[in-house]
Design a protein. Structure first.
Length: 337
C-alpha cells in the first residue's frame, strides 16, 4: 500500500515521521514496497520499525551495517523483508572519531537535537559549542537541556551562559526525574517528530529518554551516577536506539561522548558564531584571519567591547581544528588527503 493511498498504514507512517520528502523519492515500481525505519544498528544486523511493528531487515549481499544510521528510512520487500535501498536523509548527525577516515553516524532524520549538560563541572562552554556546530551542520534544531539545577547555587548563571552561545538558542532547565519532563519538552516532541539526545555520560540522558518513552516500555534505558569530584559519569548507553515516545514521536538515545572532534562543519561554525560571520565581509582583506590585519572589523568589535575576545579565540580554535580534520580534494584525480 502506498503512503498516499490512505488508510491505517499511511497514518502509522506519518506518526513515524514519514513525509512528502521521503514519498517523493519513491520511484516507479516501488509503490508497493514496505517502508521501514532503522531502530538499531549492530555489527552484523539491523532492526527496524514498520507500520505494523518491529522488523528484521535482511541485508543485501556485501552490505555494510555501518552505512546505515538509526532513524534512516529504508524500502523493503514485503514478502521476505529484504532491504532494497535506503532513502536520502533529510538530516544526518555524524562526527569523526580519532584515527577514523569515515564519519561515525549518530542518527538520521532528526528534527531536534537535545544537548544535555549539568549545572556543575560538566558544564563546558567549548564542548557545548562543538555540539552546536555539529547540530547546525546536520540541519537539526539544537536545544540545550540543563540538568541538576536543584544542586546548583545559581542555576540561572548556567542558563545565561548557554543562551549566549548562539542566537535564538532555546535553553531549558529540566529535572530528568520530574513529573513535568514531557510537558517541558513538548514543543519539540509529538507525532511525526524525532528528537535525539547527546551529552556526556551521567548528565541524565537515559533518564530523560525513560521519562519521554514512559513506564510501559519493555526495557528501560539503564542509568548511572557520576563521580562527585569531576562530575563525570559512567557509560550506561552503549548503542544508539530508536524509541517511541508516550506522547507521540520518536527519541534516539546515544552513548556519552568524552572526546568530541569537529570536521566537515564549516557551515555549522558560521551559524554558531554568526556575529563574527557577519562582521567578516566588512574587513579590509577578504582572507582576513582576524588576528593582526589592518582594517579588521572583527578586531575593531573586540576593541569596542561588542565582541568577547574569548569567543573569538574559541572561534579561531574550532576553525583551525575543522580545517585540519576535514579531508580536502587535491591532485589531478581529486584524491582525498
Amino acid at each position: 500500500m502506498s503512503a498516499r493511498a490512505g488508510g491505517p498504514e499511511r497514518d502509522a507512517l506519518a506518526a513515524m515521521g514519514w513525509s512528502d520528502f521521503f514519498e517523493e523519492q519513491i520511484e516507479p515500481g516501488e509503490e508497493a514496497c514496505l517502508r521501514g525505519r532503522i531502530a538499531t544498528v549492530h555489527r552484523a544486523r539491523l532492526t527496524a520499525i514498520g507500520p505494523d511493528g518491529p522488523l528484521r531487515p535482511v541485508l543485501p549481499e556485501k552490505a555494510q551495517t555501518g552505512d546505515y544510521a538509526v532513524g534512516d528510512w529504508v524500502l523493503l520487500d514485503r514478502a521476505e523483508h529484504r532491504l532494497l535501498r535506503r532513502l536520502e536523509r533529510k538530516t544526518v548527525l555524524s562526527r569523526r572519531t580519532e584515527g577514523s577516515r569515515v564519519p561515525q553516524l549518530a542518527g538520521a532524520n532528526i528534527d531536534t537535537l537535545f544537548i544535555v549538560t549539568s549545572c556543575n563541572a560538566d558544564f563546558n562552554v567549548a564542548r557545548l559549542e562543538r555540539y552546536l556546530a555539529l547540530a547546525n551542520q546536520a540541519g537539526t534544531q539544537p536545544v540545550i537541556l540543563l540538568t541538576k539545577a536543584d544542586m546548583a547555587e545559581e542555576p540561572e548563571t548556567f542558563r545565561r551562559q548557554a543562551e549566549a552561545l548562539q542566537r535564538d538558542l532555546p535553553v531549558v532547565l529540566v529535572n530528568p526525574r520530574g513529573e513535568d519532563v514531557a510537558a517541558r519538552l513538548s514543543p519539540w516532541c509529538g507525532p511525526g517528530r524525532t528528537v535525539a539526545l547527546v551529552g556526556s555520560s551521567g548528565v541524565g540522558k537515559s533518564t530523560l529518554v525513560n521519562a519521554l518513552v514512559g513506564p510501559e516500555q519493555a526495557e528501560p534505558q539503564q542509568t548511572g551516577g557520576i563521580r562527585e569530584h569531576d562530575a563525570k559519569g559512567r557509560h550506561t548507553t552503549t548503542a544508539r536506539s530508536l524509541h517511541a515516545m508516550a506522547g507521540g514521536g520518536w527519541v534516539i538515545d546515544t552513548p556519552g561522548m568524552r572526546t568530541l572532534h569537529v570536521a566537515d562543519v564549516g557551515e555549522g561554525i558560521e551559524t554558531l558564531f554568526a556575529e563574527i560571520t557577519e562582521l567578516a565581509p566588512s574587513c579590509r582583506f577578504r582572507d582576513c584571519s582576524h588576528e593582526h590585519e589592518p582594517g579588521c572589523a572583527v578586531q575593531a568589535a573586540v576593541r569596542a567591547g561588542t565582541l568577547d575576545p574569548e569567543r573569538l579565540a574559541r572561534w579561531r580554535k574550532l576553525q583551525g581544528e575543522n580545517k585540519a580534520r576535514t579531508p580536502v580534494l587535491s591532485g589531478p584525480r581529486g584524491n582525498k588527503r
